[in-house]
Design a binder for this molecule. Structure first.
Ligand code: HEC
Length: 120
């Protein structure tokens, strides 16, 4: 037997459950956020062209040090990411946080450590 009160309670709990669902999918969505293929290509070009102007087109070093897997192997991902985002005061390494997000800087560090993909 349904009373209007029961319907209201059911309605509220259904709305509550939906809200929870929406919240939890937003959170896990952010955790597993992946960069689009397009953005990955843009970042690959940025690294080859802009970073390459100092670190060498093949990233073997120039004005800036080599950014190859063997040169970065023992360094911390967080430290490298901070260097990219904030630059290094007193050196030629500029900050990039205006152009790239933290997630994107992490992606760049991961790719550098694996061997950076060619820009197509
Ligand atoms: C104007 C020149 C210049 C540009 C452009 C530049 N860098 Fe640098 N970068 C440097 C120099 C010089 C250093 C070394 C700083 C020092 O002496 O500590 C450096 C250091 C670094 C380091 C730390 C390396 C290590 O072994 O600790 C990383 C990572 C890095 N750069 C990544 C990048 C990325 C990614 C870009 C492009 C988004 C970029 N750099 C663009 C000059 C540059």
């Amino acid at each position: 037997m349904f009373t209007p009160l029961m319907l209201t309670v059911r309605g509220i709990s259904a709305a509550f459950a939906l809200t929870l669902l929406a919240l939890s999918s937003t959170v896990s969505g952010a955790e597993y956020l992946e960069l689009s293929q397009l953005r990955q290509r843009e970042l690959a070009q940025l690294v080859r062209n802009d970073c390459g102007s100092c670190h060498g087109l093949t990233l073997k070093g120039g004005l800036g040090p080599a950014l190859l897997p063997e040169s970065l192997r023992d360094k911390s991902i967080e430290g490298l990411r901070e260097t990219i985002l904030r630059g290094r005061t007193g050196t030629a390494m500029p900050p990039w946080s205006v152009f790239i997000s933290e997630i994107e800087a992490n992606w760049i560090v991961e790719q550098l450590m694996k061997g950076f993909p060619d820009a197509h």
